[in-house]
Design a protein around this ligand. Structure first.
Ligand SMILES: N[C@@H](CCC[C@H](N)C(=O)O)C(=O)O
Length: 282
């Protein structure tokens, strides 16, 4: 039996089991991640985040992300804020800004003097194969696509790659949005071959949205950082939001600030909170 030290953290209620895989051996393939994620019989979390040494020159750390269902994914925005705080508090680095290698490129989280964290999340992609998203015959990639789901209404949505796949729908009132129904249905939709994170965005004004996200591999969460970035990117492309402005994103768990303009990188700011340290046997 192996004992594993971990730290529980959260970003706006999107919660994480943080594992320092540099100071102790950890093989995620041998770990019962889905059982640990269970909120009644386990530790309870939306994602397990693993710190490793980087493979790429110029990166300080490698960041690996596992959803509550155990599947490894490419990116996690709220986790990136917790990642830099965890790295500093573990004594793994004394830098305030770190260069982090993910499965889909580099991100740069920076610890601010007020304790909040700002992350350069990199540039979004709209290339269907990169998201990935399957175009219908004759359809060209645009700011939005019409999706029909069997047994449900059809809807217009924007597909955005933030390292991980997002579909963003815009709704009149997030409180009434069909988050679970559409979120689940799109997981099995043939146009999303690697499944998808589904965002429901209500535009309050050009610099303020409300957002709920049904996450791939975790269900609806209190907040989704990459979902907030994807929603702001989609809103700017559709001219619903102001390009380059700080957009306030209200999620069930609290508020993030996101900015983006065409051709640029997405900046996201928000909190990162340490909850407790623990140890688990496996
Ligand atoms: N909560 C995250 C996203 C985590 C990964 C996502 N569920 C996926 O499968 O891509 C965030 O804050 O971005």
């Amino acid at each position: 039996m192996t004992m594993l030290k971990f730290t529980k953290m959260h970003g706006l209620g999107n919660d994480f089991m943080m594992v320092d895989g540099i100071s102790q051996p950890f093989d995620p393939a041998a770990a019962p991640i889905a059982a640990w994620a269970d909120r009644r019989t386990g530790i309870g979390f939306d994602q397990l985040l693993l710190v490793e040494r980087p493979a790429r020159a110029g990166a300080d750390f490698r960041y690996r992300i596992f959803n509550a269902d155990g599947g490894e994914v490419e990116q996690c925005g709220n986790g990136a804020r917790c990642f830099v705080k965890f790295i500093i508090e573990q004594g793994l680095s004394d830098k305030r800004e770190i260069v982090v290698e993910t499965a889909k490129g580099i991100i740069k989280p920076r610890m601010n003097d007020d304790g909040s964290v700002t992350v350069n999340m990199g540039a979004p992609t709209f290339v269907p194969e990169e998201i990935p998203f399957v175009l219908r015959g004759g359809e060209t990639a645009g700011a939005s696509s019409h999706i029909v789901v069997n047994g449900l209404d059809s809807a217009e949505m924007s597909m955005v790659g933030m390292g991980n796949p997002h579909a963003v729908m815009w709704v009149g009132d997030v409180d009434d949005a069909p988050v679970e129904g559409w979120g689940e249905a799109l997981q099995r939709h043939p146009r999303f071959p690697e499944r998808v994170n589904v965002g429901f965005m209500q535009v309050v004004d050009k610099t303020h949205i409300k957002l709920r996200v049904y996450e791939r591999g975790a269900g609806e969460t209190q907040a989704c950082g990459t979902g907030a970035c994807a929603a702001v990117v989609a809103g700017v492309r559709l001219n619903l939001l102001e390009a380059g402005a700080d957009v306030r994103v209200d999620l069930p768990g609290g508020e993030l600030t996101v900015s983006w303009q065409e051709g640029g990188e997405v900046m996201m700011s928000g909190p990162a909170v340490r909850v407790f340290d623990g140890e688990v046997a496996y």
